[in-house]
Design a protein around this ligand. Structure first.
Ligand SMILES: NC(=O)c1ccc[n+]([C@@H]2O[C@H](COP(=O)([O-])OP(=O)(O)OC[C@H]3O[C@@H](n4cnc5c(N)ncnc54)[C@H](OP(=O)(O)O)[C@@H]3O)[C@@H](O)[C@H]2O)c1
Length: 210
């Protein structure tokens, strides 16, 4: 698949190379394609990746991933241009700057907000409920980290589930996009436990099934 990755920090800079190595065509949408950081990312990603401006990257892709700080996400979506018909993956968490809570929630979510900013896009919430270290390595001895996915379009959910499987996650499609209202507090709990309670980032959520 042709995937634009907008935001190449902890999350985009981990998922992009993993997908490039799995055979997907990656276009990083960045402010400065010539920067040292982006050039290093391209080397780490191999031959299936290139970098472009945000609008060019999004226009050339079937799937557009937003892995941007929450406060920059509206700007990133606007800069991406029309996303109608594309699969848009929202990885963001609307975490307050001091890590002391979510800035929106309960009756709305970042995922639903992104859907409002990108009319006609098939928005999927994914890759937000665990830390980027668990994206680099989702395996704990005999267990595999669960990645929760939700969205209103079944085909888009299945496509993003495959991308999650490609990274190595045990993937669970939970239901419609409003489930992002529940995913984002789960992410906040993970962040609080990891960084405010001092547990560190080497733990993850796992769904057990009978
Ligand atoms: N860190 C995690 O473990 C983790 C896990 C799950 C979800 N999340 C969520 O995922 C999102 C990204 O987190 P992160 O830790 O990867 O962030 P990060 O390391 O700070 O990286 C953010 C990236 O977004 C880019 N960016 C900023 N403003 C932009 C704009 N207006 N248009 C396009 N790109 C822009 C930055 O580019 P410049 O450097 O050029 O500004 C940078 O490449 C956040 O919403 C976070 O809550 C994070």
């Amino acid at each position: 698949m042709k995937i634009a990755v907008i935001g190449v920090g902890n999350v985009g800079g981990t998922l992009g190379p993993a997908w490039a190595k799995a055979g997907h065509e990656i276009i990083y949408g960045v402010h400065d394609p010539g920067s040292e950081k982006v050039q290093t990312l391209l080397v780490n990603s191999g031959q299936n990746a290139r970098a472009a401006g945000v609008a060019e990257a999004a226009a050339g892709a079937d799937i557009v991933i937003f892995a941007t700080p929450w406060l920059a996400t509206q700007d990133a979506v606007r800069t991406a241009g029309t996303l109608e018909g594309k699969i848009v993956v929202d990885c963001t968490n609307p975490i307050a700057p001091d890590l002391k809570g979510l800035s929106i929630g309960t009756t709305i979510s970042a995922g639903e907000q992104v859907a409002q900013w990108a009319p006609g896009a098939r928005v999927v919430k994914a890759f937000n409920t665990t830390g980027s270290g668990n994206m680099t390595n989702p395996h704990y001895e005999s267990q595999t980290v669960t990645m929760l996915i939700c969205g209103d379009d079944d085909e888009a959910n299945k496509t993003v589930a495959q991308l999650s499987n490609d990274v190595g996650f045990d993937t669970c499609i939970t239901g419609p996009l409003y489930h992002a209202r529940y995913f984002e507090p789960m992410a906040m709990l993970w962040v609080d436990m990891a960084y405010l309670q001092g547990r560190g980032p080497d733990f993850a959520y796992k769904i057990l099934k009978r």
